[in-house]
Design a protein around this ligand. Structure first.
Ligand SMILES: C[S@@+](CC[C@H](N)C(=O)[O-])C[C@H]1O[C@@H](n2cnc3c(N)ncnc32)[C@H](O)[C@@H]1O
Ligand SMILES: [Zn+2]
Length: 397
């Protein structure tokens, strides 16, 4: 088949795919080329799709029956095709897209991978497609919402089209509002105020999670975050949706605010948003309301990591690194610290990550690296404790 534009064959996971060929000579314009391509395919999002494979594998490992899957914004079909090839026990998979060119390429890719008969293609608006499946025997076990920008316009129908105890995955690529560059847009879309500063990617994740939990509550569902992360300028969250008012209350009780002083880096979670002056005299910034609970589910993430053993092509991938780091972060207080920010505050030259971890641990605190970035940590030490530890580096060298 010739789609009428240049294509190339690539391999991702266990799939061989035809995707629009971008001009490799124009590396600096690659993003513009990608956004103007007749069908969307972004190789960077492989990590996102790798995690989808592992979430679905972990979900299936607890099921004795086949599962139904929907990807209402499929683009080239890469994600849906990979889910068929790299997981077991998929009964039905419905792939949709509003773009006829995307669906034509997705169909071609399905043929290329020998899975054409296992997919129903729908040229429909994502909300309409999911609404058409919002009845007792039409719902899915797993829905993957992967739009341009914010996923919030798709929450309602995704929740309604998911089975009780099923999974909804959402990606948000609109990082500027979520990280506080446009706070009003964030409040409009996600219902909470973002925080600028070194841990903005964590607050972005917490705002994404809280917006989905709140919208699920309206439909009588408790959406528990199973695995969430930030990478490559997007945030991603996987939820299990369970019916039940008591469970919803349990989740809503974990909402609150983060108060942060950009001057001395002091931060703490708070149940109220009353203005507050920091001990250093500065007015504290307030983010939220947002999710203050765990960002990943220890047991479920453990099963995902174990599943890499049954999906050996994912060993050593970025998704594995992110999952291991995210698992280590469970149980630590909200808002990670940035080594370089602390060095600057204390007035010491850059300290190696290794030395910083040893010094913090020697002082009696717990500390772990984060998945958000390499020179950052989660710890039970306060900023005052960290300042004291980092002051110790002043006398060295
Ligand atoms: C970010 S891309 C999806 C990428 C794909 N999920 C992947 O993993 O490669 C978003 C897709 O949504 C489609 N789209 C945009 N608005 C839509 C809508 N309202 N309903 C259905 N599809 C839509 C676009 O044509 C595009 O293919
Ligand atoms: Zn302060």
């Amino acid at each position: 088949m010739s789609p009428g534009y240049p294509v190339e064959t690539i391999i991702e996971g266990k799939a061989s795919l035809l995707v629009p060929r971008l001009d490799p000579g124009a590396e600096e314009h690659i993003q513009k080329q990608r956004s103007q391509a007749p069908v969307f395919y972004n190789t960077v999002m492989k990590t996102n799709r790798d995690t989808a494979v592992l979430v679905l594998r972990a979900y299936q490992s607890k099921k004795s029956r086949n599962v139904q899957v929907c990807e209402p914004m499929t683009g080239s079909g890469v994600r849906g095709i990979r889910l068929i090839l790299e997981t077991d026990k998929i009964d039905d998979i419905v792939l949709g897209d509003l773009s006829p060119s995307a669906l034509a390429l997705a169909r071609e890719n399905a043929k290329l991978n020998g899975v054409r008969d296992r997919i129903k293609f729908r040229e429909l608006d994502a909300n309409l497609l999911m609404a058409l499946h919002s009845y007792p025997f039409g719902r899915f076990d797993y829905i993957d919402v992967d739009p341009y920008g914010s996923p919030t316009p798709y929450y309602d129908t995704a929740i309604r089209a998911t089975k009780n105890h099923g999974i909804v995955a959402i990606t948000a690529t609109d990082m500027p509002p979520l990280c506080g560059v446009n706070a009003r847009a964030c409040i409009r879309k996600y219902g909470g105020r973002p925080l600028q500063g070194e841990f903005c990617h964590e607050t972005a994740l917490r705002l994404l999670v809280s917006s989905f939990i709140r919208q699920s509550a309206i439909h009588g569902y408790a959406s528990t975050p199973l695995f969430t992360y930030y990478a490559d300028h997007y945030v991603r969250a996987y939820f299990r949706v369970d019916k039940g008012a008591r469970r919803i209350e349990g989740l809503l009780n974990q909402f609150g605010f983060i108060k942060y002083c950009p001057s001395c880096l002091h931060r703490f979670p708070s149940v109220e948003n009353a203005p507050e002056r920091c001990g250093c005299g500065e007015e504290m910034n307030i983010g939220g309301p947002l999710w203050l609970g765990e960002l990943s589910h220890d047991e479920f993430l453990g099963v995902m990591i174990k599943e890499i053993g049954n999906a050996s092509h994912l060993v050593g991938t970025k998704s594995e690194t992110i999952m291991n780091l995210a698992k280590g972060e469970i149980g630590f207080p909200v808002a990670f610290f940035d080594f370089d920010k602390i060095c600057k505050l204390v007035g010491v030259k850059s300290v190696s990550t290794e030395d910083a971890f040893s010094a913090i641990k020697d002082a009696g605190f717990n500390a772990v690296p984060t998945h958000y970035r390499s020179r950052a940590l989660k710890t039970n030490a306060s900023i005052e404790d960290l300042v004291e530890v980092f002051n110790g580096f002043k006398n060295i060298g």
